[in-house]
Design a protein around this ligand. Structure first.
Ligand code: HEC
Ligand code: HEC
Ligand code: HEC
Ligand code: HEC
Ligand code: HEC
Ligand code: HEC
Ligand code: HEC
Ligand code: HEC
Ligand code: HEC
Length: 362
């Protein structure tokens, strides 16, 4: 309902003078038609290159109206968009009167322009946790321009570490924790393309979070997109059995049975993140790793209150039995591999011998 309403509003508010833009198709920005920079920009800059030019907001604050053309030129829109593509109607002199009370009002009004050309992206944002926050009146939830800037829009994922820096503007605590994790360190230090950044898990426009039960229920699959990919994991010498073994284990079976019916009123089931952490995931041999042998008992105790020191041993964890990790289980498994064919073979042989005896002795 609210989404449909917002869409209608956006369409209704589109000024007739807006640039040729693809507002219907699920168009990528590349498909949006970019009008060439107009000489009209110089007209605007006659006044707006004046560093002293200011205006006063309804709340009494003064705001600079200085625009540095070099900033726009260096942005992704540089050379492609003119002032009027984003400020339709401002070629009128004097300008149409505006009555902005706060700086935030200005941002809300002007970000409308972004949505005309990037309509598909805008539609996605209506499904985000941020839109939910906006809808309940939270003015700190991000507009396009909070994440991308206005005159200085840069390529949002080049370098890839720019993504977590973008989210860090408001989620500073989580971003700091993330940057120290096994994933974040690899991204920040080595620009590693294989590790997840904020948007791989939460998405950038239809951003989802832990209060969406469906999203939460699917977090193991989220981890598995990479941790089940042999080509990627071989590079790091990591096992790809972690997801499959999880699914066949009691925790995974329960999680799967419950599916997206999961909500906070139900007892927690162990998901990947309950044992490994979320934004603070470490290497499994890190001294702080919650799954290091020395810390494992405490990790299990979060849900299995009476877990003793040997409790974790009862669990085979992620590994398929191997000689180096679980020699006894491995030996037994191997034993069965020979023993069972041997016994069945023996049984058949015995029956055949019986039949032979019966036939021969008749
Ligand atoms: C003759 C000088 C002059 C020219 C030319 C000019 N502007 Fe302005 N502009 C102003 C002034 C003065 C203000 C402040 C208006 C006010 O306080 O209501 C302003 C305000 C603005 C604002 C902010 C509106 C607000 O209320 O916050 C925008 C956006 C803007 N101009 C864009 C443009 C664009 C785009 C052009 C070129 C098409 C342009 N201007 C040309 C003088 C000019
Ligand atoms: C890609 C779209 C885009 C283009 C191109 C663009 N602007 Fe803006 N402009 C914006 C947005 C969005 C804001 C609101 C910024 C905010 O949220 O504070 C803005 C704000 C302004 C303001 C208000 C003062 C301020 O900085 O907040 C002025 C004046 C202005 N623009 C003038 C211009 C002029 C002159 C040009 C051309 C040289 C231009 N703009 C090109 C999107 C654009
Ligand atoms: C008049 C149409 C138009 C308007 C208005 C507009 N854009 Fe764009 N935008 C484009 C075009 C065209 C491109 C270039 C696409 C390309 O080269 O891939 C682009 C590129 C981008 C990119 C980079 C895409 C990439 O893949 O690197 C971002 C981010 C972006 N715009 C955000 C914004 C924001 C934020 C606003 C509002 C302040 C805005 N745009 C306003 C047309 C527009
Ligand atoms: C919460 C921050 C955030 C908000 C709000 C946001 N974006 Fe983005 N946007 C991103 C990030 C991060 C990327 C990089 C894509 C990625 O790797 O996920 C991106 C990518 C883009 C791109 C490049 C093409 C693509 O989809 O990958 C465009 C164009 C764009 N955004 C436009 C917009 C517009 C228009 C709005 C407002 C309707 C908006 N964005 C709102 C964070 C945001
Ligand atoms: C301009 C500030 C701002 C930026 C930038 C921003 N967020 Fe948010 N974010 C918020 C606000 C405000 C909320 C709502 C908080 C609440 O519900 O308590 C929120 C909520 C969230 C939630 C849901 C939290 C919950 O408890 O349900 C997630 C997930 C999230 N943001 C991820 C991101 C990601 C990923 C990025 C970067 C692509 C990002 N945010 C960028 C302000 C921001
Ligand atoms: C590997 C996947 C992954 C990555 C990468 C990731 N998150 Fe999360 N995030 C999660 C999961 C899973 C939860 C839910 C945790 C829970 O259920 O307690 C979560 C929860 C959140 C929340 C809401 C809960 C809270 O603690 O307030 C926010 C906000 C958030 N993440 C933002 C971010 C930001 C910003 C980044 C990038 C710096 C990021 N996330 C990177 C998976 C991830
Ligand atoms: C976008 C791909 C991707 C996603 C999604 C992802 N990871 Fe990773 N993860 C990696 C890569 C690549 C490494 C190896 C990084 C390195 O060693 O530099 C890694 C490392 C790890 C490690 C450390 C292993 C070790 O001992 O070295 C753990 C534990 C881990 N991830 C758990 C998770 C969990 C839990 C999730 C889901 C919440 C998850 N990962 C989501 C790519 C991913
Ligand atoms: C009940 C706790 C628990 C759950 C749930 C869990 N793990 Fe683990 N994980 C461990 C332990 C303990 C280890 C340490 C390895 C060992 O010695 O057995 C480990 C090791 C790992 C490793 C390192 C593998 C290697 O080759 O060194 C990765 C990656 C990993 N887990 C990812 C995941 C993913 C992805 C999920 C969800 C699909 C998950 N884990 C669910 C406890 C858990
Ligand atoms: C986030 C909570 C949580 C964590 C952490 C957790 N478990 Fe569990 N575990 C459960 C739940 C809930 C069940 C019951 C599942 C069912 O009934 O199918 C369960 C069941 C089990 C069972 C099956 C037998 C029984 O007691 O029901 C074993 C064995 C087990 N867990 C071992 C472990 C080990 C070892 C660890 C630590 C490495 C661990 N668990 C960590 C929630 C957790």
């Amino acid at each position: 309902m609210t989404h449909a309403l917002a869409l209608l509003l956006a369409l209704a508010m589109q000024p007739p003078t807006s640039p040729p833009a693809d507002t219907t198709a699920a168009a990528a920005p590349a498909a949006a038609e970019a009008p060439a920079a107009t000489p009209a920009d110089d007209d605007c800059l006659m006044c707006h290159s004046d560093k002293e030019l200011t205006t006063t907001l309804g709340n009494g604050e003064t705001r600079s109206l200085f625009v540095d053309p070099a900033t726009i030129k260096a942005s992704v829109h540089g050379g492609a968009l003119g002032c009027l593509d984003c400020h339709a109607g401002f070629d009128e002199m004097p300008h149409p009167t505006t009555s902005f009370q706060t700086k935030r009002d200005v941002s809300v009004a002007f970000q409308e322009q972004c949505t005309h050309c990037h309509f598909a992206t805008f539609k996605k944002t209506l499904d985000s946790v941020h839109h939910v926050a906006q809808a309940r009146g939270d003015t700190t939830a991000p507009l396009c321009t909070d994440c991308h800037g206005a005159h200085n829009v840069a390529s949002p994922s080049k370098p890839r570490s720019r993504i977590s820096q973008t989210c860090a503007k408001c989620h500073a605590g989580i971003s700091t924790v993330y940057s120290k994790s096994v994933h974040g360190k690899a991204l920040v230090d080595d620009d590693n393309p294989d590790v997840p950044t904020c948007t791989d898990c939460h998405r950038s426009h239809d951003t989802a979070g832990p209060h969406e039960s469906d999203w939460r229920a699917h977090t193991p699959e989220m981890c598995a997109t990479c941790h089940g990919d042999k080509q990627v994991m071989d590079k790091y010498g990591l096992s790809v059995a972690v997801h499959q073994t999880y699914l066949t284990d009691f925790h995974g079976v329960t999680a799967r049975l419950r599916g997206s019916r999961d909500d906070s009123s139900m007892p927690v089931i162990a998901r990947c993140t309950d044992c490994h952490g979320v934004h603070d995931i470490t290497k499994t041999d890190d001294p702080n790793s919650p799954v290091l042998k020395a810390n494992l008992q405490k990790t299990c105790q979060r849900c299995h209150e009476g877990a003793t020191e040997s409790f974790p041993d009862a669990w085979m964890s992620h590994y398929e039995p191997s000689w180096s990790r679980t020699p006894l289980v491995y030996a037994v498994t191997l034993g069965y591999k020979f023993l069972i064919p041997f016994m069945i073979g023996g049984l058949i042989l015995q029956i055949l011998l019986h039949i032979w005896r019966v036939v021969v002795n008749r």
